[in-house]
Design a protein around this ligand. Structure first.
Ligand code: HEM
Length: 405
């Protein structure tokens, strides 16, 4: 028998996106014996099976284009832009965009950048290696992704600073008080659009070995990306690819600081890097949750969710689900917890487009850091970033380590 969701007697969770247990190990106040709870804007699921079922069901649409709306933004210029992004596009529009851009985001494309990733990371460690102390969040994680995104796009080194400022300002869309910053965000977006248009014009004249050239050339069945769509993709790469990667690196390192044996093992066995990345992302992922809304009336597990219902998807909690992973609360980079993929890159049609690049960045960074920062120890409390929309990580993370490596 089908029951209307609002008629169920459900426990209540506070966070809108289903992210309760922010600190690793903690389960927050997840209600036992339930699979569905109420939250501020709708409902929440957090079991691996429900999370994957909903993410793979195309009738549930990505709510990222509506977060601004939920947070009280009424500026039509901003809302329109959000709806046009690959992150929030749905149906045929989304399929078309994914088909066009997917070839530019393969593991092979990411692998081309691995030597450059090592160069960037070595440069960052060089600055702190002699003193044997660092703020991992500020000295290592924060600056790491920007040069890589620039190199990926084909932006010259002289633009790193400019690019870094634009990216950081644009990322204000993830802050909780974004509604009050809307003019600032729009102005930055206009500046970035102008910059990107210039890059595109340059590559049209003179193709190079980079993402923009690949995207300009991308063609499927006679179809091509328009200039506006190219600009949107560059925006999506910046929004999707910088804060996520730097926060994930910070969280992964914070875990290793608590598990020194695993850190020493990774230094000894860099071949464990891929496992280390999957395990740290499962155990302590930077994207704690996401959101969907019902594009039509949907019946799931005998519950009717009327069109428009919002649902929070607890990725972090699903990554610790004992029905999906064996010993989910054990952190061990040598251990397989089962065949299921960790969910910090999402699942279904919106599965992270940049996953190969992000995996490569983390797989290069972690063993290099393990070798150059032996005996990593936390040197004080970690200061966590304020709760934003879904992405989480350290703001300050002081460490000491054996100098001179
Ligand atoms: C550790 C780093 C990263 C994490 C944890 C991460 C996580 C995610 C997640 C969870 C989604 C799906 C969101 C949803 O379904 O609601 C997603 C989508 C996306 N990511 Fe990532 N991401 C990372 C790095 C990157 C990088 C490096 C790029 C770009 C180069 C990127 C670009 C994108 C794009 C464009 C989408 C939208 C795909 C679509 O909707 O079809 N991400 N990411």
């Amino acid at each position: 028998m089908t029951t209307l969701v609002s008629e169920l007697d459900l426990p209540v969770m506070l966070m809108a996106d289903g992210t309760q247990a922010r600190r690793f190990g903690g389960r927050g106040d997840l209600p036992d014996g339930h699979w569905l709870a109420k939250n501020l804007v709708g409902y929440t699921v957090w079991h691996y099976d429900d999370v994957t079922a909903i993410l793979r069901d195309k009738r549930w649409h990505n709510a990222s284009g509506r977060i601004a709306e939920i947070m009280g933004v009424t500026d039509e210029r901003f809302l329109l832009r959000q709806r046009e992004s690959i992150l929030s596009a749905e149906g045929d529009t989304h399929v078309r965009l994914r088909r066009l851009v997917a070839p530019a985001f393969t593991p092979r494309q990411a692998d081309r950048l691995r030597p450059f990733m090592r160069e960037v990371m070595n440069g960052l460690v060089d600055k702190v290696a002699a003193q044997g102390r660092a703020d991992i969040a500020v000295d290592i994680c924060e600056p790491y992704p920007i040069p890589i995104i620039c190199e990926l796009l084909g932006a010259p080194k002289s633009d790193w600073q400019l690019f870094s400022r634009l990216a950081n300002d644009i990322l204000e869309i993830f802050s909780l008080d974004m509604a009050s910053k809307i003019d600032f965000i729009l102005a930055t977006q206009a500046e970035l659009d102008e910059y990107t248009n210039q890059l595109i014009a340059d590559r049209r004249n003179k193709p190079a070995d980079d993402l923009i050239t690949d995207l300009i050339a991308a063609e499927a069945e006679g179809d091509r990306l328009s200039t506006d769509e190219l600009v949107m993709m560059v925006n999506a790469v910046i929004v999707g690819g910088t804060d996520t990667t730097r926060n994930q690196l910070g969280l992964s390192m914070s875990l290793f600081a608590e598990f020194p044996d695993q850190w020493a093992l990774l230094a000894e066995r860099p071949d464990l890097a891929p496992r280390a990345v999957e395990e740290t992302m499962r155990y302590f992922g930077a994207v704690r949750g996401t959101m969907r809304f019902a594009s039509e009336d949907i019946v799931y597990r005998d519950v009717l969710f009327p069109a428009g219902t919002f649902i929070g998807i607890g990725l972090a909690e699903a990554n610790k689900d004992a029905d999906a992973f064996s010993e989910p609360h054990t952190f061990d980079i040598t251990m397989s917890h089962g065949d299921q993929p960790q969910l910090t890159f999402g699942s279904g049609i919106h599965y992270c487009l940049g996953q190969a690049l992000a995996r490569a960045e983390l797989q290069e960074a972690l063993p290099l850091l393990a070798q150059r920062m032996p005996n990593l120890r936390r040197d004080g409390e970690i200061e966590w970033k304020p709760d934003g929309v879904g992405i989480f990580g350290p703001a300050h993370f002081p460490v000491t380590f054996d100098p001179g490596h």
